[in-house]
Design a protein around this ligand. Structure first.
Ligand code: NAD
Length: 305
């Protein structure tokens, strides 16, 4: 189902004012760039970001930050989410920065809605240059260690994290192959490569890497690139607020414990770190990069290499 969105370059004066919904996190999450002040590294590219809203909580999610970075750099972005209100908030923020962005409601568990998503981008803009798959759940989907995991939780998380990613590619790749160009970026997790107790997240995030490598090699001759980002400990609502709610601990305590585990500066990354990596991979600067799994983790994985 389509929702509003249009170029609004008259709002350039407003565009640097929106960094986060939370004043307390604005300093850390501030990202001052906007259209006209950057290199327009995605000028006129058509991007679909799946999981473009964000979980409730403080600060900025990875998907939302990615939409904003893509829009700032000149992409026209379809902001896809099953929470359409959250996607519309993202669209409003992108438009306030002068970007062209539209919200689209789709549930990644329902293939038909992903087919409709790809159709919507093609109908509106005539092509698809970038597919960015950000949706992912663990604890919120009922994930658990092996002795507690249920079939229902497995089915739900696997459908969201892995089947949805595969189905999104299924409906976008024919267009990219016909264009003989396109970029797919998956959001996995360092959990794929380091110890992580909740089994479905671990297995599905590892599966995403294998799948990405396969589509990279199968589509290389068509000029389509596919890469996967492995975020580490990030300061996002999904990671911090969800854990605080689940454990009953204050957010600050959960955040401090996560900060302490990060080798680089003992500080979590932010959604902008993931968004900037995604921007690079989606841009022509990464034109010879495909099949890569890129940790964005402040050195977390160095310990096991
Ligand atoms: N934050 C971290 O520390 C961290 C670490 C490693 C990996 N990641 C990965 O980053 C990604 C998400 O980060 P985020 O901060 O944007 O999370 P988020 O929860 O804020 O955003 C995900 C979005 O996906 C949407 N969504 C959920 N289920 C959906 C469905 N069935 N159909 C369509 N949309 C759906 C949600 O509504 C939400 O807007 C995930 O893939 C996650 O595994 C995060």
């Amino acid at each position: 189902m389509y929702h509003s969105g249009a170029i609004n370059r008259n709002r350039i004066a407003q565009r640097n004012t929106l960094t986060s919904f939370s004043p307390s996190s604005a300093r850390k999450l501030e990202h001052p760039q906007a259209i006209g002040e950057t290199g327009m590294r995605l000028k006129d590219k058509i991007a679909i970001v799946v999981g473009a809203g964000q979980s409730p909580g403080e600060g900025m999610g990875n998907g939302r930050a990615t939409v904003l970075r893509f829009a700032e750099e000149g992409a026209k972005v379809l902001a896809v989410d099953n929470n359409i209100r959250s996607a519309e908030e993202t669209v409003a923020m992108a438009q306030a920065r002068g970007g062209e962005c539209a919200a689209f409601e789709a549930d990644v568990c329902n293939e038909k809605t992903l087919a409709a998503m790809a159709d919507a981008a093609r109908r509106r803009w005539g092509r698809i240059d970038i597919l960015h798959y950000n949706v992912g759940v663990s604890i919120a989907g009922g994930d658990a260690p092996l002795d507690e995991i249920t079939e229902a939780a497995f089915d739900r998380i696997a459908a969201i994290n892995l089947r949805g990613a595969i189905m999104a590619c299924k409906h976008v790749l024919p267009t990219m192959r016909a264009q003989r160009s396109g970029v797919i970026t998956m959001i996995s997790s360092v959990a794929a490569w380091e110890q992580y107790p909740n089994v479905v997240y671990k297995a599905t995030k590892a599966g995403m890497i294998a799948f990405t490598q396969q589509i990279a090699i199968q589509n290389a001759e068509f000029g389509v690139r596919a890469n996967v980002i492995l975020p580490g400990l990030m300061d996002t609502p999904m990671a911090v607020d969800t854990r605080a709610r689940a454990s009953g601990k204050p957010r600050a305590e959960v955040a401090a414990a996560r900060n302490a585990r990060v080798p680089l500066r003992h500080r979590m990354g932010t959604a902008w770190d993931v968004a900037n990596a995604a921007l690079f991979l989606a841009s022509d600067e990464a034109d010879f990069i495909t099949g890569v799994a890129l940790p964005v983790d402040g050195g977390a994985l160095v310990h096991i290499n």
